[in-house]
Design a protein around this ligand. Sequence first.
Ligand SMILES: Cc1ncc(C[n+]2csc(CCOP(=O)(O)OP(=O)(O)O)c2C)c(N)n1
Ligand SMILES: [Mg+2]
Length: 441
Amino acid sequence: MALRSFFCFRSVGNQINAVKVIERFLSLSASNSYKEGQDQLNIQKSRNDDAGSYTELVRDFLDPSEFHRAVRKQGISFFTGVPDSLLKDYCAYVTANEAEGSHVISANEGSAVALAAGYHFATGRTALVYLQNSGLGNIVNPMMSLATPSVYSVPMLLLLGWRGEPGKRDEPQHVTMGQATPGILAACGIPFQILPDYLEGAEQVLYSARKHMEVSKGPYCLLVKRQTFLPYKMKYPPSIFEEMPLNREGAIEEIIKCLHDRDVVVGTTGMLSRELFEIREKQFNGHEKDFLTVGSMGHASAIALGIALKKPKRQVFCLDGDGACIMHMGNMSTIGNCSPPNYNHIVINNGAHDSVGGQPTDALNNERFNICQVALGLGYKKATSVSTPEEIRESVLAMRSMQGPVLLEIKVKKGSRKDLGRPTRTPIQNKADFMHFLAID
Ligand SMILES: Cc1ncc(C[n+]2csc(CCOP(=O)(O)OP(=O)(O)O)c2C)c(N)n1
Ligand SMILES: [Mg+2]
């Protein structure tokens, strides 16, 4: 499991701090009943003890609360972004501790940059924008044509989760972006440093980032390597989603039961596609029917549109998430306008970015959020919201014979299996199988 790799040695550090931090982590772990994690932390603690004066063998972690205090000390008091798994503990800390008016989880990373710019125009102050490096593509436009010093010159501190960091094992969709990340930042003229995993170092880079932004009046980026932060577990307030009978995997299982052999599925980014893969495996179904959008968050609905338009005799099902759907909601307007009768858009709504730590989306935060009304307003022929297994089966069966585009929202609770695996077919194999399957007429 992920925690296993968490406790390897790192070469930077101050032993006394590291021990203090591990002790805090231990009490935190106990309260969160991470039993296995606790054992591993004990091992790490004794390794830190054994390291004695060899401080280069001590493993450090950055406490989200201490880091946040250090950020605020540099005069930053507005936070926006899209959650990332490497930043999940810091994002959870900000979500739990910042007031509504000072923290906005945005639809996509580009919007977060624009929001930070608006905040700067209104207050003269600098915001922090957090994002995964997958979101770099979404920020290039507002960075280069809005925030950059040669246009409107807007200082903002980017906190960038570095997936696919060279030398670390990661998923295929992160490898190229991981290698390209420093180069993209450099090409965009965004100065950056790696965020140290110990407080004194973090304070130093925050100080130099502020000084840099004062002079350049432009963005500055802190690159966050994996396992920099200590865990911070946020207790989310009760919501209607928790009362739903199924979780995402349960809902996918119900959907799959109702599909025909020639039906085409496009799965969204995150755990949904991993669960879909495992359900097919369990049912000896083969994987050729499913396109797994492992990266490109928010684009599954447009991929499905391209297929639906060119394969009018096939029923196409996009299995979307609420976070992904919100991220590029403009696709729904295009789908409504193109109006393919064979387009079936299923949004599995858990009110959260469940795959990267469960931070809320607007589907949770906004009581009036209504994806069905959006769909109808954009030209979908029908839109329904359901939650029980029977309703799901009934609705999916009905969708197949309806004139599309049709939207089905399935409200589910958060959560996934601990032993959820990753697709064992590579993206290239997935594409080849899928294209053969689409070629059947
Ligand atoms: C552009 C981009 N930003 C952020 C991410 C990180 N990320 C992966 S899955 C995910 C959450 C998706 O939420 P949702 O669509 O609601 O699906 P859920 O995980 O809740 O099933 C995020 C933020 C990403 N892969 N790409
Ligand atoms: Mg979700």
